[in-house]
Design a protein around this ligand. Structure first.
Ligand SMILES: C[S@@+](CC[C@H](N)C(=O)[O-])C[C@H]1O[C@@H](n2cnc3c(N)ncnc32)[C@H](O)[C@@H]1O
Length: 275
């Protein structure tokens, strides 16, 4: 059944308020499919009934569940591999040299979905910098959606998920079989990674400065003012010589806070001092 226009508009406004994501008419087909499980799980017979319940209890926890259910969660291991390659070849060796006294590194995947980006970073580090076993490595994954954070922390992936982007040698080295159709990230790799729910639009900068931030494929649906605000928070969460990656198709808005460094395969962003 097609949702009434006023129900779609109600959902659009609610989602924008909670997650910063502005869905337009091209996403209208998503409401029924994305909200199906939540609708049934809460005992409603249709999405229209779910919207009626939302209207009758503004500010309820159900609003958060709706906003989370409507996020676009597409991800895979080593997605957009040019960024990982640039990190491996050039940026990471230089960063390690700069941190050799301190001997710790903090990575933040700021919209990590089900965690593949975080475990890809952990594998990249373990593969390419064996000497880091004597360093403190902290890879933080955060996402708006609590259910995705729970999935990421569980570190269990289906055969289809591991077949997307994860080279077989890495699969065999860093994942262990978990039944016929699933694999689990090894405890050694998991010990480098932690996960927390976090809304980029409403939370302050992280308490510690990060060395590398991946903020990829999340700002696509944020309006310009939200993007600018999130990028300010990210700027305050990144070390002055830190490294920011956006998604390959994302553009940094004009800003005095960032300098784009273009390489043949990928672009990264270097923070400039705030005036
Ligand atoms: C398309 S996935 C990107 C995952 C990964 N960074 C990548 O590039 O493969 C976008 C993620 O952003 C999350 N997200 C959307 N709005 C958010 C917000 N306001 N705060 C934090 N995460 C958000 C979604 O839940 C989703 O998991």
């Amino acid at each position: 059944m097609t949702l009434a226009v006023r129900d779609v508009e109600y959902l659009r406004a609610l989602i924008a308020r909670h997650s910063g994501n502005c869905l337009d008419a091209t996403h209208d087909y998503l409401y029924e499919s994305r909200l199906h499980r939540l609708t049934r799980g809460r005992g409603f017979s249709s999405v229209a009934q779910l919207v009626a319940a939302l209207r009758s209890a503004p500010g309820s926890l159900l609003e958060h569940s709706v906003a989370e259910a409507m996020t676009i969660n597409e991800t895979s291991f080593f997605r957009e591999p040019a960024a990982f390659e640039l990190l491996r070849r050039t940026l990471l060796p230089a960063l390690i040299a700069r941190r050799r006294q301190r001997r710790n590194l903090l990575f933040w995947s700021a919209a990590c979905s089900s965690g593949q980006e975080v475990y890809s970073l952990a594998m990249l580090l373990r593969e390419n910098v064996p000497l880091l076993t004597s360093w403190t490595i902290d890879i933080l994954g955060t996402d708006l959606c609590a259910e995705l954070i729970a999935r990421a922390a569980a570190a269990r992936y289906s055969r289809v998920e591991v077949s997307r982007g994860l080279p077989t040698p890495l699969l065999l080295r860093y994942m262990v079989r978990a039944g016929d159709d699933a694999w689990e990230v090894s405890p050694a790799l998991r010990s480098l990674c932690r996960f927390q729910p976090r809304n980029l639009c409403t939370t302050p900068p992280l308490p510690q400065l990060c060395d590398v931030i991946f903020l990829r494929n999340v700002m696509l649906y944020f309006p310009p003012a939200t993007r600018a605000r999130v990028l300010q928070t990210i700027h305050r969460s990144l070390a002055p010589d830190g490294i920011l990656f956006l998604g390959a198709t994302e553009q940094m808005p004009d800003s005095p806070l960032w300098k784009a460094v273009r390489t043949p395969g990928a672009v990264w962003y270097c923070p400039l001092p705030a005036r």
